[in-house]
Design a protein around this ligand. Structure first.
Ligand code: E4P
Length: 232
């Protein structure tokens, strides 16, 4: 499963990229507005850091406007994926942009039938929003499972399931179990994937025990052993 980072914050993207586990980035108008500054420069900078798909969202609500914005956004970098909302105009724009050879991420998906239409329109990615469904006591995991199953039934559709609106590590586990192609997560959730109190306490007890041995310098021990061996 691919991990995308769901942020427009350059520092977070640099940090996560340095971990070596990030395959792409998703942004949306709220995330870009939160950071301030110039949209185009920000998307360009993100594309320079992450050599993978970077979703940049249109804000027009009519298909002509989405196509115009999408064609322009796609010229910022070959990594740009144009994000459009799952509306009738968004579906129409998806077909036109896809026919242009531009990858489209259809966003704000809340039911499986919407995902089927987006795939029919040639979307490269569909973004079902897990967290926002869970927020209203609906079942985000079930939605991911349904879309994965539908796309598996019709592999000619070729659209990747990009699980979005991820709020916590269990969402990541659930999307992976459901077989989503991509999970886009905030940096705070990425950090939580790594942390576990038993890992911390286990490491502490290993190091405490090791501190009591006569020579705790592992690298030094290995270097001396290698040097002695090379002289054999
Ligand atoms: C997806 O691409 C969206 O940017 C994002 O996942 C939305 O998440 P939220 O529901 O936490 O705002």
């Amino acid at each position: 499963m691919k991990f995308f980072l769901d942020t427009a914050n350059i520092e977070e993207i640099k940090q996560a990229h340095a971990w070596g586990v990030i395959d792409g980035v998703t942004t949306n108008p709220s995330l870009v507005a939160k950071e301030g500054g110039d949209l185009v420069e920000r998307i360009y900078q993100i594309c320079q850091i992450v050599e993978g798909p970077v979703s940049a969202e249109t804000v027009a609500t009519d298909w002509e406007g989405m196509v115009r914005e999408g064609r322009l956004l796609a010229q910022i970098s070959e990594h740009v994926v144009v994000k459009v909302p799952l509306t009738v105009d968004g579906i129409r724009a998806t077909r036109i942009l896809a026919d242009d050879g531009i990858d489209v991420n259809v966003t704000l998906c809340f039911q499986a039938a919407q995902a089927l239409v987006a795939a029919k329109a040639g979307a490269a990615y569909i973004s079902p929003f897990m967290g926002r469904l869970d927020d209203i006591s609906s079942d985000g995991t079930r939605l991911i499972e349904e879309i994965v199953q539908i796309y598996a039934n019709y592999p000619e559709l070729g659209t990747e399931v990009l699980a979005a609106s991820i709020r916590h590590p269990m969402h990541v586990t659930q999307t992976a179990l459901a077989g989503a192609d991509v999970c886009t997560l905030p940096f705070s959730t990425l950090r939580k994937l790594v942390n576990h109190p038993l890992t911390d306490s286990g490491l502490k007890s290993f190091l405490d025990d090791w501190a009591g041995v006569p020579d705790p310098d592992v690298a030094g021990q290995v270097e001396r052993w290698l040097a002695a061996r090379s002289g054999d």
